[in-house]
Design a protein around this ligand. Structure first.
Ligand code: RP5
Length: 162
């Protein structure tokens, strides 16, 4: 059973949110990915969030753009950790999404990542790090990923002027 759910407000969020999916896949973490809109399918969102714990999800990644209430609304219905990804919007470049997600009032927490693909990838990484607390294979994969990244930087040749 996948322990991570990736939920997004629209299929148009998938090009961004698939970065979370790619990260999880590379780290050996099973996930479900689905479109559930806070305002277009509010009943489905409530049902998903209320049953997330009994469906054995351990982490939920929620991505949305614009008035991005999806991660906060999911968090309102569950005690499972929710990571929010502000998807870049066409009008305000995702600053609207960021502010909507990051400014949760005290008492209901959403861990907010960066706008766009980097945020989605890091949401996947962070979710894997949570799963890694109780899964040595995933922990080893996270450690190997980080080491490879470090080694790549350290192996860079000296920068030369053109
Ligand atoms: C939000 O509205 C979605 O998360 C998406 O980022 C944005 C636009 O959705 P579409 O009009 O492309 O379906 O709910």
């Amino acid at each position: 059973m996948p322990k991570v759910a990736i939920v997004m407000g629209s299929k148009s969020d998938w090009p961004t949110m698939q970065q979370a999916a790619i990260m999880l896949k590379n780290l050996g973490v099973d996930f479900d990915a689905k479109v559930v809109s806070a305002h277009r399918t509010p009943d489905l969102l409530t049902e998903f969030a209320k049953t997330a714990a009994e469906n054995d999800y351990h982490v939920i990644i929620g991505g949305a753009g614009g008035a991005a209430h999806l991660p906060g609304m999911i968090a309102a219905h569950t005690h499972i950790p929710v990571f929010g990804v502000p998807v870049r919007s066409s009008q305000l470049s995702g600053v609207d999404s960021l502010y909507s997600i990051v400014q949760m009032p005290k008492g209901v927490a959403v861990g907010t990542l960066a706008i766009g693909e980097a945020g989605a990838a890091n949401a996947g990484l962070l979710a894997a790090q949570v799963i890694a607390l109780h899964d040595k294979k995933v922990a080893d994969a996270v450690i190997a990923f980080r080491k490879k990244q470090t080694d790549t930087v350290l192996a860079l040749d000296e920068l030369e002027l053109p």
